[in-house]
Design a binder for this molecule. Structure first.
Ligand code: MG
Length: 165
């Protein structure tokens, strides 16, 4: 697979709540892996919006396995104060495969039975695609970021806009 294909999400949606859960079930998806920053919550906010918390509950009520996977720290993950039952992997080093493999093993599912939901191509999407995990890109919640991160976001936006070229 070409690097550019590896960076392309299988699906793009505005926000996590827009994920079509029925379609995921039809695809045989059992495990939903979620990024934190700019996917569930803005990077400069501690806790996710109430609607996101409700959505997380809905996922579990519908029978999905849920895992949170962040390249950020344990302290950041704890700030979320979400359901303690949700397994959280911090310092995950996405797009490296190691922690994706660990998560699949822990939940006892195949890569084809998992999806990764995140806002970044070079971590969330690339990591999932390398593993054969279904990748879903959400629009980042906030653009408020450092100059360095902003440049990376511009680059990712350019890739997405040019995806059919
Ligand atoms: Mg993120």
């Amino acid at each position: 697979m070409r690097i550019r294909d590896l960076l392309m999400p299988r699906e793009m949606i505005p926000a996590v709540q827009d994920i079509n859960l029925e379609r995921l079930k039809e695809r045989g998806i059992k495990l939903i892996i979620l990024d934190i920053d700019n996917t569930l919550v803005a990077p400069n906010e501690a806790k996710p919006h109430e609607s996101v918390v409700d959505w997380l509950n809905q996922l579990q009520n519908e029978g999905f396995l849920v895992c949170i996977m962040t390249n950020n720290t344990a302290e950041r993950a704890q700030q979320l104060e979400i359901d303690k039952g949700i397994h959280i992997v911090h310092l995950a080093h996405k797009p490296l495969k190691k922690n994706f493999r660990e998560i699949l093993k822990k939940f006892g599912v195949e890569a084809s039975e998992a999806c990764m939901v995140g806002d970044q191509l070079i971590t969330d999407v690339l990591g999932a695609n390398r593993m054969g995990i279904f990748s879903i890109l959400v629009k980042r919640i906030s653009d408020a970021h450092s100059f360095h991160r902003r440049k990376l976001q511009d680059f990712e936006d350019t890739l997405i806009k040019g995806r059919n070229n």
